[in-house]
Design a protein around this ligand. Structure first.
Ligand code: C2E
Ligand code: CA
Ligand code: CA
Ligand code: CA
Length: 273
C-alpha cells in the first residue's frame, strides 16, 4: 500500500455526501475500525540541531476498507463529540507503551509524543488509565509527552491544572500544541507543568518571508527561553524555514522536509541508523 503520511485524499474533499450522512458513517465505521489493522498510528520523527532524531509524534491513520484514507482532521473531531475519543485514546496509549516496550529491550530512551484531546484529558478515569497502562508495560512516565492544544485552557483552568499536575506526578511531560494560533492570555504558562511549546505549522510556513509570522516566532522562542521551555516547530517544509529555526535556537523540528509520518518499524530503523 502507498504511504499516506501527509496529504491524504479525504472523503470530505470528494464532497459527495451531506455532512449528516458523513458523520453517521464516520462514527459507526470508526468504532468498527478500532482494534483492526485499518486504524493504526504512524510516527513522525522530530530532529535536533545535529540532525539526529530526538523523538516522535504519534498520528492516527485510518484506511477505510471502501472509502480509502480518512484524515484525522475529519474523524478526531467526530470522536471527540461522540465520546469515542476515550476508546481511541486508551488504544493509542497502549500502542505507545507497546512501542516503547520494544525499544527498551534495545536500551533506547526516546520519548513519544501523543495528542491528547481536551475531552480525553478531563475524563474522570484518565489518570488511572495512564498509570495502569504505564505500569502494565513497566514504562516510566517520562517516556511520554502529551500534546494538548491551547483550547483545553479555556475550560475550567483550575481543573485542567490539577489534572496536569496529577499526570506530571507520574512523570508525564506536557507540550502546548499549535502554539501561537490560539488565545492571547499567556498567564497560564506559569501555572501549568509545561515542558514544551510546539509552534504551529501555519506560522512556520510563513517564515522567513512574512514579517508578522517572523516576529511571532521570534517572540515565542524568546519567551520559551525565559520560561525554560523546549520549543519544537511543526510543518517544516523548506530549507529556509529549517535554517532560520535552528539559527534562532529552536530545539527540534518536525516536518515533511525532514521526514513524513511513518510506520513504527521505519521510525525504529531511523533512530538506530
Ligand atoms: P497536529 O497535532 O497539529 O499534527 C500535525 C499535522 O501536520 C499532522 O496532520 C501531520 O501529518 C501534519 N504535518 C506534518 N509535517 C507536515 C509538513 O511539513 N507540512 C504539512 N502541511 N503538514 C505536516 P494529521 O496527521 O492529518 O493530523 C491532523 C490533526 O489530527 C493533528 O494535528 C491532531 O490534532 C489530530 N490527531 C492526529 N492523530 C491524533 C490522535 O491519535 N489523537 C488525537 N487526539 N488527535 C490526533
Ligand atoms: Ca500534535
Ligand atoms: Ca500541532
Ligand atoms: Ca497544527
Amino acid at each position: 500500500a502507498k504511504q499516506h503520511g501527509g496529504n491524504q485524499v479525504t472523503f470530505y474533499e470528494q464532497g459527495l455526501q451531506s455532512e449528516v450522512e458523513q458523520r453517521l458513517w464516520l462514527e459507526h465505521d470508526l468504532l468498527q475500525a478500532i482494534g483492526t489493522p485499518h486504524l493504526t498510528l504512524y510516527i513522525q520523527p522530530q530532529f535536533g540541531h545535529d540532525g539526529r532524531v530526538t523523538g516522535g509524534e504519534l498520528l492516527a491513520r485510518w484506511t477505510h476498507p471502501t472509502r480509502g484514507p480518512v484524515s484525522p482532521a475529519l474523524f478526531i473531531p467526530v470522536a471527540e463529540e461522540t465520546g469515542l475519543i476515550s476508546l481511541l485514546g486508551s488504544w493509542s496509549l497502549q500502542f505507545a507503551c507497546d512501542a516503547l516496550a520494544t525499544l527498551r529491550e534495545e536500551d533506547e530512551t526516546y520519548p513519544l509524543s501523543l495528542n491528547v484531546s481536551p475531552r480525553q484529558l478531563m475524563e474522570p478515569q484518565f489518570v488511572e488509565t495512564v498509570r495502569d497502562t504505564l505500569a502494565s508495560k513497566n514504562i516510566p512516565g517520562n517516556r511520554l509527552i502529551f500534546e494538548v492544544t491551547e483550547g483545553v485552557l479555556i475550560q475550567d483552568m483550575q481543573a485542567v491544572a490539577r489534572r496536569m499536575q496529577a499526570l506530571a506526578l507520574l512523570g508525564i511531560r506536557f507540550s502546548i500544541d499549535d502554539f501561537g494560533t490560539g488565545y492571547s492570555n499567556l498567564a497560564y504558562l506559569k501555572r501549568l507543568p509545561l515542558y514544551e511549546l510546539k509552534i504551529d505549522k501555519s506560522l512556520v510556513q510563513d517564515i522567513p518571508g512574512d514579517s508578522d509570522s517572523l516576529a511571532i516566532v521570534q517572540l515565542i522562542l524568546a519567551m520559551a527561553d525565559q520560561l525554560n521551555l523546549r520549543v519544537v516547530a511543526e510543518g517544516v517544509e523548506t530549507e529556509a524555514q529549517s535554517r532560520f529555526l535552528f539559527e534562532h535556537d529552536c530545539h527540534a523540528q518536525q516536518g515533511y522536509l525532514l521526514a513524513r509520518p511513518m510506520p513504527l518499524k521505519a521510525w525504529v530503523d531511523m533512530i538506530r541508523a
